[in-house]
Design a protein around this ligand. Structure first.
Ligand code: UN1
Length: 508
């Protein structure tokens, strides 16, 4: 394999360097990053020690003093430059994402494209951080609100979108005037080093302090330092609901803000009025894309009983055509799971399905042979099972799809909502009434509800996130930027008296 993409990104194959992007540190312990593609060691990243952590936060705090006073459109200019350099590195970075995380090359490129798109969005936003003005109840008074940056923002990201989800957070936070400390997943540290290297260079070329964007690496212990740190007013965390509950509680206990983007259990309702050809693309990509490791992956299909057998047959046929293998080979649809732990979780879920009375329509299994040497390649599978089974209500980060049957739409919506998670949802129908009911207050309870497209692949322009155990946060587009700023209400008296609000008289 040609590894020149690693050099292009400044990620040396044997020693990827320090984790912080603040090159002065000499950590003694390392994280080794192994590719799920072929099990090979890609590189090592030093683990941030507690002492280094303290330095990183101090450096970030110092950088905030410079960054927050720069006009927002000037900050936007830095983000614009970052987007330009990302365009130059799209091929190499997309390849690294595919090689370190295991998603298909197309999806690796797609992820970098999301980064570029969020840069463009953030550049425009840097001139649109609007506050409202209000009419004061007092004469010769002006009232308005303005938005100020919080300060140091902690970003905890997951392995499955090792670069894009950081960029959604960081690019928006940066134009808002915050500085960022990133803790990437320890499963994909090299992707983070690459992004950080590119951004550090842009900052340096503009004579800006590199503390504007820092990185710390390690396991949950470094995450704990971040979440407990009162110098970090906002923590944005993406990952499992289990992790999010700990992060949310810890940050709340010190009155910090958290923005959580956690597990999903996303369903597509397929009604008798659906166009079955387009159903297939949305459903299969949603279920097997990224090997079922998106928080937006389709985990449940809720199918009208009149078309159930037809959809089932088409799905089984489509699944038999899925090519599983090296994700860098563009002929393959599905690459490996991230690691052996993920494979074990996949296997346990299949055992549970059988224990809970489910029936496999397309069998799962771990693939063996030279092409699958890492031991992380699994077969996407389909099970028929009761919607009430416990296993259906859990998120397994793997390509396991449940087929559920319904007879009327209210029942389908009930099934769709009757899980603890609330991220993404979809209905496939050409019937206006069905679509509108699904989108109405009586419909989907998720943060994302789509018609005639699948549950995954959301565009960056919308607010991304979900309800219930998904955590309630919104990232990326729309007005998500407000989560990264503190609101200040200002009242200015330009009269010669001091009238009190609510008509209160207080004469001295
Ligand atoms: C995630 O899996 O954490 O909507 C994010 C999607 C992608 C982002 C997924 N744009 O599928």
């Amino acid at each position: 394999m040609d590894f020149s993409f690693l050099e292009k990104l400044g990620v040396n194959k044997t020693n990827a360097g320090t984790s912080t992007g603040l090159n002065a540190f000499n950590s003694k312990t390392h994280i080794s990053s192994y590719s799920p593609v072929e099990g090979a060691l890609i590189g090592r990243v030093s683990v941030t020690s507690e002492e280094e952590y303290q330095n990183v936060i101090k450096t970030a705090q110092a950088a905030f003093k410079t960054w927050k006073t720069m006009p927002a459109p000037k900050r936007g200019e830095i983000v614009r430059q970052y987007g330009e350099v990302l365009r130059e590195h799209k091929e190499a970075l997309g390849r690294l994402v595919s090689y370190e995380m295991g998603k298909s090359l197309q999806e690796g490129y797609g992820e970098v494209q999301e980064m570029i798109d969020i840069c463009d969005f953030a550049v425009g936003l840097s001139r649109q951080l609007y506050g409202l003005t209000m009419h004061s109840e007092r004469p010769k008074h002006r009232m308005y609100e303005q938005w100020h940056p919080y300060g140091v923002v902690g970003i905890i990201s997951a392995f499955n979108f090792p670069v894009a989800v950081w960029a959604w957070n960081a690019m928006i936070a940066l134009v808002c005037g915050d500085v960022c400390v990133w803790k990437p997943s320890e499963k994909t540290p090299l992707c983070a080093v690459a992004c950080q290297n590119i951004l550090s260079k842009v900052l340096k070329d503009n004579n800006l302090p590199e503390g504007v964007s820092c990185m710390v690496t390690g396991d949950y212990k470094i995450g704990e330092l971040l979440t407990q740190d009162t110098r970090i007013p906002l923590i944005s965390a993406t990952g499992s609901t289990r992790m999010g509950k700990i992060v949310g509680a810890t940050v709340a206990s010190r009155m910090g803000e958290s923005l959580l983007e956690l597990g999903g259990n996303n369903a597509i309702i397929i009604t008798q009025n659906a166009d079955l050809d387009s159903v297939l693309v949305g459903a299969v990509f949603g279920a097997v894309g990224t090997c079922g490791q998106r928080c937006t992956s389709t985990r449940r299909l809720i199918i009208h009983d009149s078309i159930y057998d037809n959809v089932k047959q088409r799905l089984v046929k489509a699944y038999n055509q899925i090519k599983i293998g090296n994700p860098l080979d563009e002929n393959n649809h599905v690459g490996p799971l991230i690691d052996k732990d993920a494979v074990a979780a996949y296997q346990n879920t299949i055992l549970e399905i059988e224990k809970q009375g489910g029936k496999m329509l397309v069998d799962g299994g771990v693939l063996k042979g030279d092409e699958y040497i890492s031991g992380c390649y699994v077969k996407p599978c389909i099970a028929e099972i009761s919607a009430e089974s416990n296993i259906v209500k859990q998120e397994t980060f793997a390509p396991i799809l449940y087929l559920l049957k319904y007879t009327d739409l209210e029942e389908a919506i009930y099934i769709q909502n009757n899980v603890p998670q609330g991220l993404s949802s979809a209905i496939m129908t050409n019937d206006l009434r069905e679509a509108e009911l699904f989108l109405s207050v009586e419909g989907s309870d998720c943060g994302i509800a789509n018609v005639n497209i699948g549950t995954s692949g959301a565009e960056i322009g919308g607010a991304f996130g979900g309800e219930k155990e998904t955590g309630g946060g919104r990232e990326s587009g729309s007005d998500s930027w407000r989560a990264y700023m503190r609101r200040q209400t200002n009242t200015i008296n330009y009269s010669k008296t001091v009238p009190l609000a609510q008509g209160i008289k207080f004469d001295l």
